[in-house]
Design a protein around this ligand. Structure first.
Ligand SMILES: [Zn+2]
Length: 237
């Protein structure tokens, strides 16, 4: 007998303390059969990403596990004035369509922005929205959200710098630049991952080298000459 792919979980709303049910994909089905170079994953049956956002049907507070557990008075007021007042009660129970998944991410993004959540979390929500458009081959919207994602990841970098755990962040900034056709910028970030002595993450160093190579091939195909800056960066490859 096959197990139902979704199971229900109870969540307590951080704003109104209402307890509601949200669906999750069973762990055994969470294996991606393909992952893009910026970690967008593809699944055969159900996409677990569709169920990451939990939306409180009573007040509209939409969050993920990575949101803070408690809201300050200011956050509560900001959420009330920006989202709750306009909330039309609705639930996102059971199976979610692509459209519903997109709505839940858009809601989570609005909530995260209203309560000034961590930049890294906002960047990740934007990145997920870009992936949703990628699944649909909506290139224009995907690029638009990749651009927003890039801006947020750069802000995270400006706040945190090159820490031991930021190899993935730097790699992503490079890779998103590459995907947006900003080759010069992409090389700068890949080069940081490869050359910065503080970075020990072998997988990210390898990925940066690979995508740097992919970028060169892409430029050659498009008959673009590498800039002097790129050539200089390549000296240490
Ligand atoms: Zn609530």
């Amino acid at each position: 007998m096959a197990l139902e792919p979704l199971y229900k979980m109870k969540v307590k709303c951080a704003y109104c303390e209402n307890v509601f049910e949200t669906s999750r994909v069973r762990h055994s089905l969470k294996k991606a059969y393909k992952t893009d170079t910026d970690f967008c994953a593809y699944y055969k049956t159900m996409n677990p990403d569709y169920y990451v956002v939990r939306v409180c049907p009573a007040c509209g507070f939409a969050s993920t596990e990575n949101f803070g557990d408690k809201l300050s008075d200011k956050q509560r007021k900001d959420f009330e004035s920006q989202i709750k007042e306009r909330w039309v009660p609705r639930a996102y129970e059971g199976e979610r369509s692509w459209e519903q998944a997109l709505e839940t991410y858009q809601l989570a993004l609005l909530c995260a922005q209203a309560v000034s959540e961590k930049k890294r979390l906002i960047a990740s929500l934007l990145h997920h929205i870009a992936w949703l458009y990628r699944y649909r081959n909506d290139h224009e919207q995907e690029q638009r959200f990749m651009q927003y994602t890039l801006q947020e990841y750069i802000r995270v970098y400006e706040l945190e710098g090159v820490g031991a755990n930021n190899a993935r962040l730097l790699y992503l900034i490079g890779e998103i630049n590459r995907r947006l056709g900003n080759y010069n910028e992409a090389v700068k970030w890949f080069s940081r991952v490869v050359h910065d002595k503080k970075i020990m993450d072998g997988a990210m160093i390898r990925a940066s080298r690979e995508q740097w190579q992919a970028l060169r091939e892409e430029m050659a195909e498009r008959k673009l000459e590498p800039t002097e800056e790129m050539k200089a960066a390549e000296q240490g490859m």
